[in-house]
Ligand binder design. Sequence first.
Ligand SMILES: C[S@@+](CC[C@H](N)C(=O)[O-])C[C@H]1O[C@@H](n2cnc3c(N)ncnc32)[C@H](O)[C@@H]1O
Length: 236
Amino acid sequence: MTEFDQYREGYSQQIDNAVAFSGQPQDFFTRAKARYLLDVFATFRSQRKMAPSQSLDVLDIGCGQGLIHPHLRPAQSGIKLTGIDVAGTVIEEARAANPDVHYDVYDGVHLPYPDRSFDVAYAIAVMHHVPPDDWEAFLVEAARIVRPGGLVVIIEHNPVNPLTQKIVKSCPFDQNAVLLRSGRLAKLCRAAGLVDPKRQFIIFTPFDTPFFHKLEASLGWLPLGAQYCMAAHVPS
Ligand SMILES: C[S@@+](CC[C@H](N)C(=O)[O-])C[C@H]1O[C@@H](n2cnc3c(N)ncnc32)[C@H](O)[C@@H]1O
């Protein structure tokens, strides 16, 4: 049984407690990440001139209960979504909640897919649970299952933001977390053979209106967001 199998019950409640001071529930943060990903998927599709009927193969590594999956609307948005995690009981919950997503369980090291299986692989709030000595190998394995020209996207807590540090300290399942700075992640991406890592900071304010969503999108360069997103290409 993994750490997250144990924290499965009350997982969302514990996050809600940790982020309560922001005045927003966990779902607010999940939706911000979904907006970023949907934007990345749309840009990818248009750059690759993909036909609307062509599905985008996407892997969510360390997907947990799949809380973000309903926000990605796989059935409507042409995404063929697969989620994978090391925690089997958590995956059972994800499977029950999201019938249009395929789920697998793995050992946390070797993804059970052939080379070049996906267009995009992403991992949200996973790397800080992976031992730092294994960070590069985690990225190498993610890159292996992505097609040439495809994307590996990592979304992580921004350790530079003091409120993020406060949230991590108050989350029981983050006791063993080791946060990584975006600069370090960019270097790790290059060491793993990925190219052109692009960084965007997200979640600057607790306001949830279209005006603030637009404002936030224009602040992506400012290294003060609660989280950051790194998108790097597998060489063509
Ligand atoms: C904080 S949760 C994030 C879950 C989900 N990505 C989300 O944003 O809601 C971290 C997840 O990473 C998973 N995990 C830990 N080590 C992993 C590894 N080596 N490979 C894949 N998943 C892992 C845990 O089981 C857990 O579900």
